[in-house]
Design a protein around this ligand. Structure first.
Ligand SMILES: Cc1ncc(COP(=O)(O)O)c(C=O)c1O
Length: 375
């Protein structure tokens, strides 16, 4: 059988997502005992202790199907966000929410607009539906929302904005996001991905998308996740908040039981654990600024980020630096798949992991790079 012949034509353009290399794989392949992973923007503090305690307690119930639409979590998130339950949809990670939005809205005759270095899943998931992806250049690694607004045509079904964005870590201000919403036609959905919301929310010019902007704009759809500040990436829980009618369309095609039982329960506890979120945000920002200063000293420069990772230009080709660090047991993220072969992305780690990374960089960087950076 010629499998390629029987697959959907648009899949020719779809490449698989390349996740950060797992620790166990590197340990196995390189025979290293100590490996640190700074490649998937996870929370170095681990999960919320409250979520963890509830997981341990509830684990003997996993022979039971979970509730299909995660109703308790839905209610808790609606209350916390100042919206109605009907505005909220829970997904198997926010990645599933992107998928549901693309499957609900996109056909091959449609276009989507995003930045050229926007989170790559937007492009991959749109191509999966055969839609045309229009990419707009960034301005100093920030989404140029004015240019994005100009790229919208009558065929544009969705505009994707991740703020803060992965891999650049930059965010868009309240004025910029409001400006874009003012210009978008009512039938073009703005999918605003706030996966790193908690890290950016303390900034005075970060938008209050929910509930403020949502009340004014029915075409705004916001996504958030439990994978980052809540420290629950392995459980796969994320959510979308938007117009109830749009939510109900996405919900039609959601898989039954899309979020597993431990995931629903742990996320419900995590929502209440405000102290953990505060600790995550403050410790991440402290460690990030230390790491940023050290990277600058070593000649690795990049924009200020409002997230739990740094995006820097590498003095060596990114993949070469990745390989050299890997040999020393430090996993970072090369960005070739984004068309950024000279850059790398580094997740903020614990104090000790960050020191290990800096020591490894000092070993592998060509002599003289950091001296030049000092001048
Ligand atoms: C901008 C952005 N959006 C969404 C996701 C996916 O998150 P989730 O784990 O909720 O699927 C990530 C993960 O790295 C991300 O960086």
């Amino acid at each position: 059988v010629n499998v390629e012949k029987i697959t959907r034509a648009c899949l020719q353009d779809v490449s698989p997502y390349l996740p950060g290399k797992p620790v166990a794989e590197v340990q196995r392949e390189l025979g290293l005992e100590k490996v640190i992973k700074l490649s998937s923007n996870e929370n170095f503090l681990g999960p919320s202790p409250k979520a963890l305690a509830c997981l341990k307690q509830g684990i003997d119930q996993v022979h039971i199907y979970p509730e299909g639409a995660s109703p308790l979590l839905r209610r808790a998130l609606a209350e916390q966000s100042g919206v109605a339950e009907g505005n909220v949809l829970i997904g198997n990670g926010s990645d599933e929410i992107t998928r549901l939005a693309c499957e609900t809205l996109l056909s091959p005759e449609d276009e989507v607009v995003c930045s050229e270095y926007a989170f790559i899943r937007f492009k991959q998931q749109s191509l999966l539906m055969g839609a045309r992806v229009v990419e707009v250049p960034m301005r100093d690694w920030v989404h140029d929302l004015q240019a994005i607004a100009k790229a919208v045509t009558p065929r544009t079904k969705m505009v994707f904005v991740a703020s803060p964005n992965n891999p650049t870590g930059t965010y868009n201000t309240a004025a910029e996001v409001a400006g874009l919403l003012e210009q978008l036609p009512s039938e073009t959905i703005l999918l605003l991905d706030e996966a790193y919301y908690h890290y950016a929310a303390p900034l005075s010019d970060y938008p209050e998308s929910v509930p403020s902007l949502l009340k004014k704009h029915r075409n705004l759809f916001v996504m958030r996740t439990f994978s980052k500040a809540y420290g629950l990436a392995g459980l796969r829980v994320g959510y979308g908040i938007g117009d109830p009618e749009l939510v109900s369309w996405l919900d039609r095609i959601r898989m039954p039981f899309n979020v597993n039982l431990p995931g629903q329960e742990a996320a419900l506890e995590a929502v209440k654990d405000h102290a953990f979120i505060e600790a995550s945000v403050s410790q991440t920002s402290r460690n990030r600024e230390w790491l940023r200063a050290e990277l600058t000293r070593l000649g690795l420069h990049g924009p200020a980020t409002a997230s739990n990772f740094l995006f820097v230009k590498s003095p060596l080709p990114g993949r070469e630096l990745f390989r050299k660090l890997l040999a020393l047991g430090v996993i970072v993220r090369p960005l070739d798949e984004y068309g950024l072969p000279e850059h790398i992305r580094i997740s903020v780690g614990s104090t000790s992991d960050n020191k290990t990374l800096v020591a490894a960089l000092e070993k592998v960087l060509p002599a003289g790079v950091s001296e030049k950076a000092q001048k």
